[in-house]
Structure formats: C-alpha cells, structure tokens
Design a protein around this ligand. Sequence first.
Ligand SMILES: Nc1ncnc2c1ncn2[C@@H]1O[C@H](COP(=O)(O)OP(=O)(O)OP(=O)(O)O)[C@@H](O)[C@H]1O
Ligand SMILES: O=C(O)C1=C[C@@H](O)[C@@H](O)[C@H](O)C1
Ligand SMILES: [Mg+2]
Length: 167
Amino acid sequence: MRPACVLVGVMGAGKTTVGELLAAELGTRFRDTDADVEATAGKPISEIFIDDGEAHFRTLEKAAVVTALASFDGVLALGGGAILAEETRAALAGHAVVYLSVGLADAVKRVGLGAGRPLLAINPRATLKHLMDQRRPLYEQVATFTVSTDGRTPEEIAAEVLTLLKP
Ligand SMILES: Nc1ncnc2c1ncn2[C@@H]1O[C@H](COP(=O)(O)OP(=O)(O)OP(=O)(O)O)[C@@H](O)[C@H]1O
Ligand SMILES: O=C(O)C1=C[C@@H](O)[C@@H](O)[C@H](O)C1
Ligand SMILES: [Mg+2]
C-alpha cells in the first residue's frame, strides 16, 4: 500500500487545504502526519515543542511518516519540516511527491501571526523566510512535481495536481 500522493511544502503552502480537496476529488481519505504525531503524543504540536522539545517532535514525526508511507493509500500531507530528516527524504523515493511552492508574501498572508505554529512564535516573517531558503532545495530534491500556489485558489491548485497525477 502507498499514498496516492504525498504533499510537501513550507507552513502555509496549503498542504492541508489542497490535500483535503484532492482527497475528495480522488474519492479517498486525507491524512496529515502533524495530526498523527498529535494523536501519538496525546497533545498539540505546540505543547510537544514546549514540553519535550523539537528533537522529540522530529523523532515522532519520522516514525509517523514511515508508518503512513507504508500503510495509507490516500492523500498524505507531511509536516513542513519533515523533509529535514535524511531518512524521510530517502523513504520518499519512488512515491508521487508534490511540492506545493509558495513565495514569502503569500506564505506570510496565509500563516498570519503563526498561531499554533511553534516555530513562528517569534518574528514569523523573518523565520518563515529563513525556513523557506533553507528547505527549498530539500523540497525540490524529493519532489516528483512542483506546483506553484502563489495567487491561485486551492481549487485551481488541486486541479493542476490531479492532471499531473494522471498516468
Ligand atoms: N491557495 C491559497 N490561497 C489562499 N489561501 C490559502 C491557499 N491555500 C491555503 N490557504 C489558507 O492558508 C492557510 C494555511 O493553509 P494550510 O493550513 O492548508 O497550509 P499547510 O501547508 O497545511 O500549513 P502547515 O504546514 O502549517 O500545516 C489556511 O488559512 C488556508 O485557508
Ligand atoms: O515547518 C516546520 O518545521 C513545522 C511545520 C508544521 O507542519 C509542524 O510540523 C510543526 O509546527 C513544524
Ligand atoms: Mg497543514
């Protein structure tokens, strides 16, 4: 079993929004590794960061990705930083991975003040720019397709992804 597609991208790229639309169009389920980690830990990601630290979150995240890649056949969204782990990038080989790219201006508009996103608790704009610059090459490395989301509606983006996924 393998996901119909895996969505990657920075916070605010629209992985959850587009992923839910895609799953509905494909008649399948949507799953988000952030939600899997929260279920395992029994608390929200913001609390995992505070109580246990980012390193512990990343350990839970790696396990959640490996499990979902092996046992889920719907549309899977990864947490924004999941691709930081070399092990996770390797596990994505051979999967249909869609990188939802977004520029800084649109990403900032979408995440606002970063509520619920612990990495954006301080200076969201500068932090997001740093994360985007650091991670762009990693998203590109794992991507089968890249879809730009700037100035486009989630419906338009989902339609393009569906076209790309067609055999
Ligand atoms: N193409 C778009 N145009 C405008 N707003 C969008 C678009 N895609 C998503 N949004 C909005 O941006 C916000 C963030 O989107 P979403 O939660 O889907 O991003 P995400 O990639 O899942 O982020 P995270 O990594 O934090 O989970 C939401 O309020 C959503 O409604
Ligand atoms: O970009 C990141 O590192 C993160 C993105 C979110 O999806 C969550 O996985 C968490 O807030 C960390
Ligand atoms: Mg999301």
